[in-house]
Design a protein around this ligand. Structure first.
Ligand code: NAD
Length: 435
């Protein structure tokens, strides 16, 4: 375990950061971070503080495999910052997880929580493994041993994991149980993204898509556009994309195209989203073969003329190569990092309003916060209450960032970083540096 000063060195709700490619996301984030630091005139010491994680832990995880062999995996947990409250962030199981990636994703969580005024710092964790090659019992032993190695890091008041790539509510249940067994009491608030029966929250599954739609409606309003007269394109038809498409459809918007890994589906008269959702569910979560639409390419879908484009599939979709072809008025980043930093200025010149990922898809972490609050109270809210509070927090966050963007004459993305960094830096100044 190393402290900041010592270190040198599912298909269900997930709380992931962008999957880092060699190309961009971390550098994109650092570029945006440096820009905001300049606006705020952060001094060098504060810059260094915010750029480096508070704690980085690497653990070896021995697991007895089903055939009796011992295999040792490497696990990580990084706490980027915890001045706003306990740190929060997902755990991913993947063959390419590494400390650098986990550090980058942890800092993303710090900014995301600060943007929506959730009283959490940022963290991230992961285990380098191939979950597809592990049996369920091996996965359980791996999860429990990883948790046992981090008992001093995790805790409802310290650091709260959540699902991310290849981890789900079952993995969260095992973490919660392992932590509880060692604490000799049931500690539901130690993780979020749990099954509802174990203290999960209503509305969490749809929370990210619902948040995307709340901020999209706020942006349409600022532009003087009516939701029921607007046209919408959604890239990705998984958890975030399908919920966003359905809720925009319910608002009366015309969804002219959606896509998934099988390609793009276009109908300029408007797609029947509930029917497509049902089709996808019955068809193994893919739209492949959906009949009532013209098939177009995944690339083409991003270039269609529309009021709102919601990229909700993966990172690096709009880059210097294709940004000049985008014809949307608003881009709401459902996915993490779908627009690269070098596309930002092209979109800005075109007058396109980009609602940045750290705001647009923060509905998930907001309802994670609600789950933690409910677990600590031992009192559970109705779905209607969860949705109402989620809408309010997302709407307030949008209004805050819009105000900052007007004040400094900067984009919403720049405003998000200015707002988040300022919030963390101001809190740190008030608390002071413990010596
Ligand atoms: P998911 O796995 O449920 O869905 C992904 C969808 O994208 C699928 O429909 C898949 O077919 C499609 N897709 C994959 N590659 C594509 C491509 N090249 N072109 C078009 N479609 C493609 O994932 P999700 O949970 O909806 O997450 C989507 C994005 O949102 C990710 O970037 C994730 O990190 C981010 N995100 C998700 C949540 C959440 O709560 N689920 C929260 C914050 C951010």
């Amino acid at each position: 375990m190393s402290s900041k000063k010592e270190s040198g060195s599912s298909n269900y709700y997930k709380e992931p950061g962008p999957k880092l490619s060699a190309e961009s996301p971390f550098e994109s984030m650092m570029e945006r971070f440096r820009f905001a630091a300049d606006i705020l005139k952060l001094d060098e010491g504060m810059f260094q503080y915010l750029a480096s994680p508070v704690k980085q832990v690497i653990v070896s995880i021995p697991v007895v495999m089903d055939d009796g062999r011992i295999e040792v995996f490497e696990g990580y947990r990084v706490i980027h910052d915890n001045v706003l409250g306990p740190s929060k962030g997902g755990i991913r199981f993947a063959p390419d997880v590494n400390l650098e990636e986990v550090k980058a994703l942890a800092s993303w969580m710090t900014w995301k929580c600060a943007v929506v005024n959730v009283p959490f710092g940022g963290a991230k964790g992961g285990v380098r493994c191939n979950p597809k090659e592990l049996s369920k019992t091996e996965l359980e032993r791996l999860t429990r041993r990883y948790t046992a190695s981090l008992l001093e890091v995790f805790g409802p008041d310290k650091d709260i994991p959540a699902p991310d790539m290849n981890t789900n509510e079952q993995v969260m249940a095992w973490i919660m149980d392992t932590f509880s067994m060692n604490s000799q009491r049931t500690e539901t608030a130690v993780v979020t993204g749990k099954p509802i029966i174990l203290g999960g929250s209503q509305g969490r599954k749809e929370a990210t898509g619902r948040g995307v739609v709340t901020v999209t409606l706020a942006a349409l309003n600022k532009m003087g556009l009516m939701p029921n007269k607007s046209t919408v394109v959604v890239q990705g038809f998984g958890n975030v994309g399908s919920v966003s498409a359905q809720l925009m459809y319910e608002q009366g918007a015309k969804i002219i195209a959606v896509s998934d890994i099988s390609g793009g589906y276009y109908n300029d008269g408007g797609l029947n989203i509930p029917e497509m959702f049902e089709y996808s569910q019955k068809n193994g979560n893919t739209l492949e073969g959906y009949p009532d639409a013209e098939q177009i390419s995944n690339q083409h879908i991003l270039e269609l003329e529309c009021d709102v484009l919601i990229p909700a599939a993966k990172e690096d979709q709009i880059s210097r190569e294709n940004a000049h072809k985008v014809q949307a008025k608003i881009i709401a980043e459902g996915a993490n990092g779908p627009v690269t930093a070098n596309a930002d200025s092209i979109l800005e010149e075109k007058g396109i309003m980009v609602i940045p990922d750290i705001l647009a898809n923060a509905g998930g972490v907001t309802v994670s916060y609600f789950e933690w609050v409910q677990d600590r109270q031992g009192y559970f809210w109705t779905e209607e209450r969860v949705n109402r509070r989620l809408n309010r927090m997302m709407r307030n966050a949008f209004d805050n960032l819009y105000g900052v963007s007007e004040e400094h004459k900067i984009t919403l993305r720049q405003a998000a970083y200015v707002y988040a960094i300022n919030r963390v830096a101001t809190t740190l100044k008030l608390r002071g540096i413990y010596a």
